[in-house]
Design a protein around this ligand. Structure first.
Ligand code: AMP
Ligand code: ZN
Length: 479
């Protein structure tokens, strides 16, 4: 089998995946801060991590994939400044921080399911506060110092701080003046004391006073507790390569009692992978800008969530991907074509994929996904397989099922009708359209073209365009 090559941000090079535990793959992905809905950019990070997990499974590894839930401690800026995101939203919405977290976690998990992300392991930071305090106690003496505002990590106490970011300047990422008494600009909070006279909704007692953990700590603690050091792969968006992950690595080095990053154990994970951003020119992705781009908005406009998954897979995860509605429309059309080609095979068994006619496509597919998850080329291989003529349906279904296990597009179960989502703003129910179309079909069968035309006009008056002879087999669309 082709070796799996993955780009390790730590070494900035492609490395062959060699599991820490034979036959297993353990992956940790930084999860969302659940103070608001996730935008589709955030969801790109999980489509990427899920695709990585699927490739590992496809290669035969038993996968454990953790996506944590940040429900405490994340300030409005990653560099240790501002207010706590959860507490601020709770105050704004007049709800408890716990309720806010629960609501947005559920919404996040719904989006994961709609995008076919398989991971079901989503531990919450608040469940690990005790373990975070224990971690702090273990590293405090050698690596931390206390200020009025809390316990801080001194980044000069570990070797190679910031190697992952490759861009730490003397000024670091934070500004030294933001917290009085910080020794180095990049020092960050392990524990944040609740200021005297104030109370937080989420606070705990600790050796450093009542307060809450710093954001970076949770991922070190949960990664170690759930996957053990070193685990195989740590993922996150490219922004995390700059502050959050260097800080996680520093904590892991401190915890392991040794320094250098050449031993994978010290950095916590062997491979650190980062997806590039989904960008949108008009700035609608920002959560602060009122209506922002989230998966539900796409669905409300009539786009199936898997069209967005396909849009992500069309780009390499390390490239920036520009979002546009035209791009999403094109992805939906491509998905429809694939689904139609599968539907043409009819129902039936899923046969053995190992058939000589498909060998070139299967080789191309395997080489592509093994080359740092080149899903764009893998999709082409799948389409080439779909186009193969004069083969047994069961065999072709077998080939498609095998490839779709990696791509996660539900090609064998989604129907064209599923892909045609009625926009939320449409003034007509889908059942009404289907009913009118059935009556029209019956009229045409009886050559009653007057009735057929009348029904077409009736639908047109309600904004529905009947599409006779549409090459994609789409019978109608909203005009
Ligand atoms: P956050 O809730 O801000 O911690 O973000 C959750 C995940 O989404 C992290 O892995 C981020 O790096 C990632 N992320 C944030 N914005 C984008 C974006 N526009 N495109 C891709 N990934 C993103
Ligand atoms: Zn994290």
């Amino acid at each position: 089998m082709t070796d799996l090559k993955l780009f390790n941000s730590l070494t900035r090079s492609l490395e062959t995946f060699e599991p820490v535990h034979p036959g297993e793959a353990r992956v940790y992905s930084c999860g969302p801060t659940v103070y608001n809905y996730q935008h589709i950019g955030n969801m790109r990070a999980y489509v990427f991590a899920d695709t990585l997990g699927r490739v590992l499974q496809w290669k035969g590894y038993k996968l454990t994939h953790v996506i944590n839930i940040t429900d405490v401690g994340h300030l409005t800026s990653d560099a240790d400044e501002g207010e706590d995101k959860m507490e601020r939203m709770a105050a704004r919405e007049g709800k408890s921080a716990w309720d806010i977290a629960k609501f947005y976690q559920q919404d996040f998990e719904r989006d994961l399911a709609r995008l076919n992300v398989q991971s079901k392991q989503h531990p919450r930071a608040t469940e690990y506060v005790e373990a975070m305090i224990a971690w702090g106690e273990r590293i405090a003496e050698k690596h931390c110092y206390e200020l009025d505002s809390g316990l801080y990590f001194d980044v000069s106490t570990v070797d190679d701080y910031g190697r992952l970011a490759r861009a730490v300047t003397d000024e670091g990422e934070g500004r030294i003046d933001t917290v009085e008494g910080k020794r180095n600009a990049a020092d960050f909070a392990i524990w944040r004391k609740t200021p005297a006279g104030e109370t937080r909704q989420m606070e705990w007692d600790s050796p450093w006073g009542r307060g809450a953990p710093g954001w970076h700590l949770e991922c070190s603690v949960m990664g170690e507790a759930l996957l053990g050091f070193p685990f195989d792969i740590h993922t996150g968006g490219i922004d995390h390569r700059e502050i959050h992950h260097p800080n996680e690595i520093a904590q892991n080095q401190a915890w392991c009692c040794t320094n250098g990053l050449d031993d994978a154990r010290n950095s916590g994970a062997k491979i650190w992978m980062h997806n590039n951003f989904l960008v949108e020119r008009s700035g609608k992705m920002s959560k602060s800008a009122g209506e922002f781009l989230r998966l539900q908005l796409l669905v409300d406009k009539g786009y199936h969530p898997l069209a967005y998954r396909l849009m992500c897979l069309q780009a390499h995860y390390r490239s920036e991907l520009e979002f546009s509605w035209e791009g999403l429309e094109a992805a939906l059309t491509r998905l429809k074509r694939m689904v139609m080609a599968v539907e043409r095979l009819g129902e039936g068994d899923i046969g053995d994929a190992d058939h000589p006619k498909f060998a070139p496509m299967r080789d191309k597919f395997a080489a592509a996904v093994s080359d740092d998850l080149n899903t764009a080329v893998a999709l082409v291989a799948l389409e080439e397989a779909l186009a193969v003529k004069k083969v047994d349906g069961a065999v072709k279904r077998g080939v498609i099922a095998d490839m779709d296990a990696v791509l996660g597009l539900d090609l064998l179960s989604v129907s064209r009708a599923d892909l045609r989502i009625r926009p939320a703003s449409a003034a007509i129910e889908e059942s009404e359209i289907e009913d009118a179309l059935a009556r029209r079909k019956a009229a045409r069968a009886e050559k009653d073209f007057a009735t057929s035309d009348a029904i077409r006009d009736e639908l047109a008056a309600k904004g529905v365009e009947v599409m006779d002879g549409d090459p994609l087999g789409w019978e109608w669309k909203l005009a």
